[in-house]
Design a protein around this ligand. Structure first.
Ligand code: ATP
Ligand code: MG
Length: 294
């Protein structure tokens, strides 16, 4: 299967029918390639991405928002590192959203991420995002309690309301030139265990281990339920979710890179045109520069 079709295959086009259980975290679409081949394919994807990014930056109109969501050890950091190498750092911003600060908790739930949206011409990557508000906050109601919401507004409809607000917010962004692509890196519980064990067993990986990830692992099924519902309710045509198999890191990276390439290609980006008057002016300046002694 061509990479182009592979990327499309993981886009959730029929959200109301979406079931996480129908998606295999170890899927590689039958591709059996060795590490070197995967590296070459990824390098090709990245060089296409790099050329597109230059045009995105030069045209200074569209921007791209990449949202990455996943359980711990699913490879968000690796995706950012590998997919974004080769890009011009001036045109990319990465923001990681952890537990909210006191200041952030004093605002509505979209405030902190809104401040970090990419400017026109740039690619913004959210390592976690406002989607935590319907994931970790849903699994841990005590986090909702800390948000200082007026009690009258916290009803059983709160998650439904958040989905609706997120959809409206993303539509607003889309209508203003922000191209949104959302990724759930879908890891199996078994592979997470293997990765957590290797963080415990290999000294150079010890720093990556966080004891805080263990209680979240205990709540695996609750998280999967929350992810499934989030995707069902917020996968839209303008801001689609891709559920990307994450048990094989090389495959995850290929798919994410390809989806971003396709999103940029769909914009038909061109370098800004220089009109006749400007061209003449440039020619005149060039002549002066050439004739300039020294
Ligand atoms: P890494 O472990 O690779 O450094 P990470 O994204 O897991 O990356 P951590 O500091 O381990 O970073 O975890 C951040 C934690 O903050 C996660 O458990 C996440 O669910 C939590 N978090 C993010 N947003 C919110 C939020 N709005 N409310 C409560 N908790 C949140
Ligand atoms: Mg973590």
């Amino acid at each position: 299967m061509k990479l182009e079709n592979i990327a499309r295959r993981f886009r959730i086009d029929k959200p109301h029918k979406f079931k996480l259980a129908d998606h295999d975290p170890a899927d590689c679409c039958g591709l059996t390639i060795d590490k070197d081949e995967a590296r070459t394919m990824l390098a090709e994807g990245i060089s296409r991405l790099s050329a597109l990014q230059e045009k995105l930056y030069a045209s200074d109109t569209w921007s791209v928002l990449i949202v990455l969501q996943a359980m711990d050890a699913a490879g968000k950091d690796g995706v950012i590192k590998h997919v974004m190498t080769g890009l011009n750092p001036q045109g990319v911003d990465v923001h990681a959203f952890k537990q909210p600060s006191a200041e952030e908790l004093s605002h509505d739930f979209l405030w902190r991420t809104t401040r970090s949206l990419p400017e026109r011409g740039r690619i913004g990557i959210f390592n976690r995002s406002y989607y935590e508000e319907v994931l970790v906050v849903r699994v841990h109601p005590e986090f909702l309690a800390r948000q200082k919401m007026p009690a009258a507004l916290v009803t059983k409809n709160i998650w439904e309301e958040r989905f609706e607000d997120i959809n409206c917010f993303e539509r607003h962004l889309t209508r203003n030139g922000v191209v949104i692509r959302k990724f759930f890196l879908h890891l199996s519980k078994k592979e997470q265990k293997r990765r957590l064990l290797s963080r415990l067993e290999e000294p150079e990986k010890n720093w990556k281990f966080s004891a805080a990830d263990m209680p979240e692992r205990q709540r695996w099924d609750d998280y999967m339920q929350a992810y499934q519902e989030m995707i069902r309710r917020t996968a839209t045509e303008h801001a689609p979710w891709h559920v990307v198999p994450a048990d094989h890191k090389w495959f995850t990276r290929l798919v994410v890179a390809e989806v971003i390439v396709q999103a940029l290609e769909s914009l038909n980006l061109r370098y800004p045109e220089v009109d006749e008057a400007k061209r003449k002016e440039l020619a005149r300046i060039r002549a002066t520069l050439v004739n300039n002694k020294g």
